[in-house]
Design a protein around this ligand. Structure first.
Ligand code: GNR
Ligand code: NI
Length: 172
């Protein structure tokens, strides 16, 4: 169990283009487990490697939308290595997004409602799936991180300035 520190704006590492994973190894799997531990500790539903300072194309996602009898979320973490968006829907969907690298700030972001994604899992096996709903939104948010893009890049300058001002105030 290793909870890693999360990189926050305006750290320039968040603007890097992450590099593909060449081979999925035991080291990759150990790092994926640390990312999952970090995501849960921060109460996030997703995490990109660069958010813990590693510029590799690795994401973890657990929407935690399934609950047991006692209403406790059932953990179902998924790792996505070298994910690629193959196509997106024309119809958009808006979601009030947050980001662990922009703590406690939220804004509505419109993105393609569904997307077709290809990736490798933690065993190096290939997958391809059409994603919808929050998983589609979260996947696009995470793949943005791999390309140095943040959710505030998708909103108006006025709203972005408001978010950054509120964040500065929160940190004072
Ligand atoms: O925890 C998170 N919640 C979230 C909500 C709406 C859209 C995207 C996300 S991802 C975010 C965690 C994070 O910063 N991942 O990069
Ligand atoms: Ni994020």
């Amino acid at each position: 169990m290793a909870v890693l520190p999360i990189v926050e704006v305006p750290d320039p590492r968040l603007r890097l283009i992450s590099k593909p994973v060449e081979q999925v190894t035991d080291q990759t799997r150990a790092f994926v487990q640390d990312m999952i531990d970090t995501m849960y500790a921060a109460n996030g539903i997703g995490l990109a490697a660069i958010q813990v300072g590693v510029d590799r194309r690795i994401l973890v996602i657990d929407l935690q939308d399934e609950k047991d009898e006692d209403d406790k979320p059932i953990k179902a973490p998924h790792a996505y290595i070298n994910p690629e968006i193959l196509s997106v829907s024309e119809d958009l969907s808006s979601y009030n997004e947050g980001c662990l690298s922009i703590p406690e700030q939220y804004a509505d972001v419109a993105r393609p409602a569904s997307c077709r994604v290809r990736w490798l899992d933690e065993h190096g096996e290939g997958h391809e799936e059409e994603l919808t709903g929050l998983l589609s939104t979260c996947m696009q948010h995470e793949i943005d991180h791999l390309n140095g893009v943040l959710f505030i890049d998708h909103i108006s300058r006025l709203k972005r300035d408001m978010v950054m001002k509120k964040l500065a105030k929160l940190r004072r």
